[in-house]
Design a protein around this ligand. Structure first.
Ligand code: PMP
Length: 396
């Protein structure tokens, strides 16, 4: 079947939730994807920051193949060494002491919200449940994470939202402090906002946020679902900001393309989850954990972090040079390979033209082109993308 036939069949059987681009990818390798018509694409979206190691990285594929022949799933027992090993790996490379595993970013954030509320309730009483998050933030599509999300377009149609979420402008410590009440239990933020338009905080912002948390006894939760796992040139984005959270969530790129989520916490808070308080049938199953172990080891051992920093600076520089040629480009910003180009015009048409030319681009927050290619992207691939984008910009 060709792409058009798949799209027609999809319309018959698949609910229309995501706004989908009319492309049917069937195979991937590194930074390349091929669709059902055999057309090749250069992937600068990487499954929205999922495919950090590129499509079908051989070490991830080998880990999945090996594990698939040994054990796929088993709940309620300790016999999941892959899960324990992955938790050890993540804790040894972060502030955290303990991990909880689930299947997606939204689920990881749900777990973070529940843990923060449980800890605060145990410590201060049941009225202490409010969580402050940022305007334009994105934390997921489940009811609690929709309530945490700071975007009206995500929340509308789903009233009543979960009680107890307050939204304040991102990167404004004074607004954050003013929103704290005696019932506040936590502050939940993305270190760099992804869906909100690739918004990088000012130096010093997170030190202020940490001070506010310490002063008022609040937990600091970082949603690293989009920016974690090497995307910014460090394993976790918080490392750029000289700040340590109490809870962190990961998903997307953690298992090299296999579905996983995790919520990591310092012991003091992790202890609030006791048997029977939370769970997930497939959370931490050996298949995805084996893929995640291979992913984390590859990121740490194959020089991916240094490479990301270097190639990220190159991409940022090339985009800045391109941006100077066109008056409708406002700003290029980002860290590592988490880069946004804000425009004075909507980006949808540029993305569409990119697809026609064989380059997968994305627009977030309507006017921000987002560049989140696999971390293994080469200079040649960047040069090719810039050339194609220049051609598209020239016709606007
Ligand atoms: N948090 C952030 C920062 C995200 O970018 C996303 C997904 N775009 C999520 C949470 C939700 O992740 P998932 O789709 O895996 O539930």
């Amino acid at each position: 079947m060709n792409s058009q036939q798949w799209i027609e069949k999809s319309d018959n059987y698949i609910m229309k939730t995501y706004g989908r681009y009319p492309i049917v990818p069937v195979r991937g390798e590194g930074c390349r994807l091929w669709d059902a018509d055999g057309k090749e694409y250069l992937d600068f979206l990487g499954g929205v920051a999922v495919n950090n190691l590129g499509h079908c990285h051989p070490k991830v594929v080998a880990a999945l193949q090996k594990q698939a022949g040994e054990l796929l799933h088993c709940s309620n027992y300790y016999q999941i060494p892959q899960q324990i090993e992955l938790a050890e790996l993540l804790c040894n490379h972060s502030f955290a002491d303990k991990a909880f595993f689930c299947n997606s970013g939204a689920e990881a954030n749900e777990a973070a919200i529940k843990l923060a509320r449980k800890y605060s309730r145990d410590t201060y009483g049941p009225q202490r449940y409010e969580i402050i998050t940022a305007a334009e933030s994105f934390h997921g599509r489940t009811m609690a994470t929709v309530s945490a999300t700071g975007q009206e377009k995500v929340q509308r149609f789903f009233d009543p939202l979960l009680h107890g979420f307050t939204h304040v402008p991102f990167n404004d410590a004074a607004a954050l402090e003013a929103a704290v009440t005696p019932n506040t239990c936590a502050i939940m933020l993305e270190p760099i906002q992804g869906e909100g338009g690739v918004n990088v905080p000012s130096p010093g912002y997170f030190q202020e946020v940490r001070r506010i948390c310490d002063q008022h006894g609040l937990l600091l939760i970082f949603d690293e679902v989009q920016v974690g796992m090497g995307r910014t040139g460090k394993l976790f984005a918080y490392e750029h900001f000289d700040v340590v959270p109490d809870i962190m969530t990961l998903a997307k790129a953690l298992a090299g393309g296999a579905p996983i989520g995790t919520m990591l916490a310092a012991d003091k808070y992790a202890a609030a989850f006791t048997p029977g308080t939370h769970g997930s049938t497939f959370g931490g199953n050996p298949l995805v954990c084996a893929a995640a172990i291979a992913t984390v080891r590859t990121i740490l051992e194959d020089g991916i972090l240094n490479r990301t920093e270097e190639i990220g600076e190159y991409l940022l520089g090339e985009l800045e040079t391109l941006g100077k040629k066109y008056s409708f480009v406002k700003e290029v910003r980002g860290i590592g390979l988490m880069i946004g180009m804000s425009l004075e015009i909507p980006g949808a048409e540029i993305v569409k033209k990119g697809h026609e030319c064989g380059v997968l681009l994305n627009v977030t927050h309507d006017t921000v082109l987002r560049f989140v290619p696999p971390l293994v992207v080469t200079k040649q691939e960047i040069n090719l993308m810039i050339e194609l984008l220049d051609g598209i910009f020239a016709k606007i």
